[in-house]
Design a protein around this ligand. Structure first.
Ligand code: PLP
Length: 401
């Protein structure tokens, strides 16, 4: 466990069990708040005050989430005593997944802009928040919005129902169903309708850096937390499931900024793997780093209907692919595409070998590890990390195998 330097520079984590307080000096939000004239104490209080509002609705504020070597999981995958699988458990985080971390820096930004007179509205004339999601992100966004009584509209697929929709209703979100319309261009109709609403004045409150870059700020906190808890080079590989890409981008950037040599491995399911395709295309067209200017050559929506049990990572485009490819390049990482059988096996294995009540999306990073083990791309003495994020909601437990 490291005790002070996280970035190899002057940064010293604050003495707090709230990661947004502990790592605040690494946040872009903190720089903005300081430039608006707030003192360090005021910035700290601002985060703590907002966190208390979140805790009143969510039942918990932001606190370090546990990470531990899971011995039964490590044994089952054939790791030796010196190696193994470290699982970061994000299921106790606000709203049951890491998504609220991304959204918290968006919320801090909005509240700061409003309170410092930097926004074109005040507390009585707030524009609606908007998000396209029907999963963990929608629940996290609606939880934070409810905490500060800010109206939110959630764009969901036509067929959405069940516990997520019930939860959104309880949190007071306006739900807008999005069937594909004649003449819609390629891509997710929820994202299309969301973008129309944003063009009409709503504030993007989602978890894609392309729509609101403030989500990438808070997404890094989980990576700094990992480094703080385990040490800079504790893990050889950090294996992260990828949908829109902000999650892996945040962890990867935090590791790189911390001076860690842990390799970022980005996992997608075979039924939707636009990131791995982009990685190959980028390698062919000038390299996997700084590929943003080659967007059209590398990233386009997945053509066939995305399918997987891990339905939270079926974004037909990896919106934050440039940042993920940069972090993989800098960390000597790579993408892995898992066959659906490994996605299913990972969900069952997670429940068989750990006590974490994780969803199939949340255990999809483990699917990547299973795929790597099967092709002997992981050494039994390696220490590898995965994040179980996303509590199981209204799903059957996996069938024992
Ligand atoms: C539990 C869980 N893990 C990972 C992801 C992927 O995150 P991202 O879309 O930022 O790649 C999601 C997205 O919904 C998720 O819900």
């Amino acid at each position: 466990m490291i005790d002070s330097e996280v970035s190899g520079n002057e940064f010293v984590p604050d003495d707090s069990d709230n990661p947004f307080v502990a790592f605040r000096r690494m946040l872009a939000w903190d720089v903005l708040a300081a430039s608006s004239g707030m003192s360090d104490d005021e910035r700290r209080s601002f985060i703590e005050g907002t966190d208390a509002l979140v805790a009143a609705v969510a039942g918990t504020g932001f606190r370090f989430t546990p990470v531990a070597r899971e011995s039964r999981l490590s044994d089952e995958l054939g790791f030796s005593a010196s190696g193994g699988v470290w699982v970061k458990d994000e299921t106790p985080n606000v709203a049951g997944s890491h998504k609220a971390r991304h959204l918290f820096t968006e919320l801090l930004h909005l509240l700061l802009a409003e309170s410092r007179g930097l926004a074109p509205w005040d507390a009585s004339s707030r524009p609606e928040l908007a998000i396209a999601s029907c999963g963990n992100a929608a629940i996290a966004a609606s939880t934070l919005a409810a905490a500060v009584r800010w109206p939110i509209r959630v764009f969901v697929p036509q067929s959405a129902d069940g516990v997520v929709v019930d939860t959104l209703n309880l949190l007071g979100a306006v739900i807008e169903r999005c069937p594909r319309r004649d003449g819609d261009p390629a891509g997710d109709p929820c994202v299309l309708r969301f973008r129309e609403r944003v063009a009409a004045g709503a504030v993007p409150f989602g978890v894609q850096g392309t729509e609101n870059a403030w989500c990438l700020d808070g997404g890094r906190v989980i990576g700094w937390e990992l480094v703080h808890q385990l040490g800079t080079d504790a893990l050889a590989k950090m294996i992260v499931q990828v949908g829109g890409g902000a999650f892996a981008a945040g962890i990867g950037e935090a590791l790189v900024l911390s001076g860690s040599r842990t390799a970022l491995v980005a996992v997608q399911a075979q039924g939707c793997a636009p990131l791995e395709r982009a990685w190959r295309m980028a390698a062919k067209t000038g390299g996997t780093a700084n590929a943003g200017p080659r967007w059209a050559q590398c990233m386009w929506p997945w053509e066939s209907e995305p399918v997987s049990l891990a339905d939270g990572i079926l974004d037909d485009e990896t919106y934050d692919w440039v940042a993920v490819c940069d972090a993989m390049t800098k960390s000597a990482g790579f993408p892995v595409v898992s066959p659906e059988s490994d996605v299913v096996a990972a969900y069952a294995m997670a429940h068989r070998t750990t006590s974490i009540d994780v969803s199939p999306t949340g255990s999809a990073g483990l699917a990547g590890l299973i795929t790597l083990c099967a092709s002997e791309r992981v050494n039994p003495s390696e220490r590898v990390g995965v994040v179980f994020s996303g509590v199981r909601r209204g799903l059957d437990l996996p069938t024992p195998r």
